[in-house]
Design a protein around this ligand. Sequence first.
Ligand SMILES: [Zn+2]
Length: 210
Amino acid sequence: MRSLGCRGEPVAGRFEAWSRMPNTTHSSIPSHPSERSCIDLVNSSFTDYLGLGEPVDRVNSREWRRWFFRRLGLHRLPCDVAIEDLVALRRDLRHILEKWSGGTELSARDAQLLDRRVRQAPLRQRVTSTRFGIETLHEPVHEDWTWVLATVTASAVDLLSAGDHKRLKTCSNPECSWMFYDNTINRSKQFCSTSPCGSLVRVRRFRERD
Ligand SMILES: [Zn+2]
């Protein structure tokens, strides 16, 4: 189990402004998480699939943050969490990922923005023995909040460098902002999920034909 050497949650005051944001009946944990942490962060803010109410922002939820940090390999919340950093990174990643998925070439400024996040978390090389022999690996010098932001950013860089931009999509339900990576063979996935978004839009289209 990884520990950051800090047991504390952030003081309550740091979250006061965020806790006043609208709450909804949506679960704190996504039912359709991505394989990539950058997409999960982008999807932490989403619109209701029916177009009702205010957008949901899960970064306000301690339960979501615990889930998100665990998926990064952390079992304790970093003590120096700053929600505004997470929100700023989310805004930048959505902008860059949407640009990329639309086929627009990323700019030097986009690369600099990503580089600025990643380079702040220094890595060191280690040597380890496995059943396949001796291997080198990289580990963070400090598993702190900066490392969390850098790791999520690196997830986006990996997607941008090795992924297929045509597979990164936003749900075809016009009310839904959910982003996903389409792993189907013929890139045919249109909706974040068959229910409710897929069913809802198909019913709407059927009625419009009448
Ligand atoms: Zn959807």
